[in-house]
Design a protein around this ligand. Structure first.
Ligand code: ADP
Ligand code: MG
Length: 356
């Protein structure tokens, strides 16, 4: 994942010493410098600003951040699913499988939805029609995107694949006849029926109890093994990130504040916000019996602080942080942070110097 600043697309934001990727395969998803406002307010609410996010073929990237930080807005923008108005794409580009999404006519976009990207949401009801059987909905998704596979047998095979018992019978169930966990499995079956190259899963396990959460994550991993699709998983839970991510992007108040390979990010966070998120998860922090909630709240999109957006909540904030808006800077191979002081701070959760 290389922020667009390093690509030279936005000359005023080019980073000195940013690594190039000579010969690297072009990414499946490349969000460049994306800014989205909701325009029905005066001044408009800037939900995300300058967001850069890359997902390569077959990769699992997690987008992490507290509620209200811009995860869903980013996710929905990929297939241009935000209603516009009120959403306004102010700046940036979204490249998906070689197409620039923001400039694409609606008819072409419709062909990409499903075939290239499909979604699983927190509530299965967002994907499932309550008045039609599960089987008929999956069959319709197949007819639309994979007509040669549109058979009852394929529906049953998909339901079996996502772990729904007695799939021949359950295909005739309506969503309300299933538990939340089974409905989410059915929603996943529908999302993968079209064989997407990218599955965007927005908090897919948040509404489920812990045991079912683990089963759904296992399922997504298995399906990725089987189909080789890339996954963009959105979560506020770093425990989930550790289980599944290759790479991680951390978003705060509408901006990406850190991106890195997963293991490195958890071992060696380079932004105080990431370090605080890690410490808030008991099994990831150094002292398992102490939970460090991050004080304060994500500022609303109307009321962002000057300078670094995290400074009012940052235990390491300096006077400069109130004035200067930091850019993403390199902090290692494939590792970027928006904190200019990162190498002077005791951020590593496992370091003996850590305040965890
Ligand atoms: P997350 O998914 O990280 O919890 P969202 O992406 O849903 O956060 O929201 C990011 C910001 O955009 C929030 O401040 C939210 O209030 C704002 N926002 C999202 N959708 C709308 C909308 N339809 N109208 C106005 N503001 C919105
Ligand atoms: Mg959300």
């Amino acid at each position: 994942m290389v922020p667009a600043e390093s690509t030279g697309q936005h000359k005023d934001r080019v980073l000195p010493g940013a690594p190039s990727r000579p010969g690297a395969a072009s990414p499946l998803l490349d969000i460049k410098n994306l800014t989205i406002e909701f325009g029905s307010f005066n001044p408009p609410a800037r939900a995300i600003e300058g967001v850069c996010l890359t997902v390569h073929h077959g990769e699992t990237v997690c987008l992490v951040g507290e509620s209200g930080s811009g995860k869903s807005v980013t996710a929905l923008s990929i297939a241009r699913l935000l209603s516009s108005p009120p959403a306004r794409y102010v700046e940036g580009e979204i490249w998906l499988d070689g197409h620039e999404i923001l400039g694409l006519p609606e008819t072409e976009l419709r062909r990409l939805r499903g075939r290239v990207v499909s979604y699983v949401f927190q509530e299965p009801s967002a994907s499932l029609n309550p008045v039609r059987t599960i089987g008929s909905q999956i069959l319709e998704a197949l007819k639309l995107h994979q007509p040669s596979l549109a058979t009852k047998e394929e529906v049953v095979r998909l339901l079996a694949m996502v772990g729904i018992p007695s799939p021949e019978t359950r295909a005739d169930d309506y969503p309300h006849q299933m538990s939340g966990g089974m409905q989410q499995r059915a929603a996943i079956a529908m999302a993968i029926a079209s064989r997407p190259k990218l599955l965007v899963a927005d908090e897919p396990t948040t509404a489920l109890d812990v045991t079912v959460q683990a089963q759904i994550l296992d399922l997504m991993r298995e399906l990725q093994g089987e189909f080789g699709m890339a996954i963009l998983l959105i979560t506020h839970n770093l425990g989930i990130v550790r289980e599944i991510a290759n790479r991680v992007a951390v978003i705060y108040a509408g901006q990406i504040v850190e991106t890195a390979p997963c293991a490195e990010l958890l071992r060696q966070p380079r932004h105080p916000y990431t370090a605080a998120l890690i410490r808030a998860v008991p099994e990831l922090g150094r002292r398992a019996n102490r939970l460090h909630a991050i004080p304060g709240q994500v500022p609303s999109s109307f009321d962002r602080p000057e300078g670094c957006r995290f400074h009012p909540r940052c235990e390491f904030a300096r006077p400069e942080c109130q004035k200067n808006s930091p850019l993403l800077i390199p902090a290692g191979l494939g590792h970027w942070t928006r904190c200019p002081w990162h190498d002077q701070l005791p951020l590593a959760p496992l370091s003996p110097d850590s305040k965890a």
